[in-house]
Design a protein around this ligand. Structure first.
Ligand SMILES: O=P(O)(O)O[C@H]1O[C@H](CO)[C@@H](O)[C@H]1O
Ligand SMILES: O=c1cc[nH]c(=O)[nH]1
Length: 235
């Protein structure tokens, strides 16, 4: 401590960590929803802030994009800083017609082609899944807010610019709700280290209708997701 990627002092990271892909979303969420947010990491521009939510210590730290990046931050937060509850707050692309931009998707499980954990799982098709207690509390928080929320299987992809449209078609046909790029490895790491994990996602674009959320509306839509994650963590 500090680690190669996090310069925070021991004790500056809370046991509850929210993980957006975008470090600027970490800054915005901390400044909007936490009391007394303090910058605790900015190595490589990957901001981490720690403050309190209703008196409970919380860190909001960027994960970067993709599972290899998420894996670096989640590993260091868990093994070096003692994080116990990790909730991804991300954007995703919807994969079902009944889902609209601005809706929230909560990932009960995450399908992949591969994850950074493939090296240890080898022939095992491990099923990365969310912590049920967090999932239940997040759904209750979303219902109480009146946020249109979908719960189910999501797709954690390795590429944003996919040269294989047939993969999306198979995911859609098997009821996958949305595509993002980090949740599966977060769930793998939480299982390995005895932590709680969940992915709460806001639909920013639609793979079938090609509708996309204008950037001007993204912050306000993402606010519901942050509040759902915070309420789930401390319910
Ligand atoms: O908005 P974030 O949390 O970064 O999540 C999604 O957006 C990025 C791709 O644009 C990937 O990280 C994907 O998972
Ligand atoms: O990974 C992502 C995130 C948002 N939208 C997508 O289509 N993919």
């Amino acid at each position: 401590m500090p680690t190669p990627h996090i310069s925070a002092a021991k004790g500056d990271i809370a046991e509850t960590v929210l993980l957006p892909g975008d470090p600027y979303r970490a800054k915005w969420a901390a400044e909007t929803f936490l009391d007394n947010p303090k910058l605790v990491n900015e190595v490589r521009g990957m901001f981490g802030f720690t403050g309190t939510y209703k008196g409970n210590p919380v860190t909001i730290h960027g994960s970067g994009m993709g599972m290899p990046s998420l894996s670096i931050y989640a590993n260091e937060l868990i093994t070096e800083y003692g994080a116990k509850t990790l909730i991804r707050i991300g954007s995703c692309g919807a994969m079902q017609k009944n889902i609209n931009v601005r809706d929230v998707i909560i990932g009960m499980s995450a399908t992949t082609l591969s994850t950074p954990s493939r090296g240890i799982f080898k022939e095992i098709n491990f099923a990365p899944c969310a912590d049920y207690g967090l999932l239940e509390k997040a759904v209750a928080a979303a219902r109480a807010k009146g946020t249109t929320t979908h719960v189910g299987n999501i797709y954690s992809a390795d590429v944003f610019y996919d040269e294989r449209p047939d993969l999306n078609e198979i995911m859609i046909r098997h009821g996958i709700l949305g595509v993002e790029m980090e949740a599966a490895e977060l769930y793998n790491l939480a299982a390995r280290h005895g932590c709680r994990a969940l992915a709460v996602l806001t639909v920013s674009d639609h793979l079938i209708t090609h509708e996309a959320l204008p950037s001007s509306e993204r912050e306000s839509s993402f606010g519901d997701m942050v509040e759902i994650a915070l309420q789930a963590a401390f319910a």
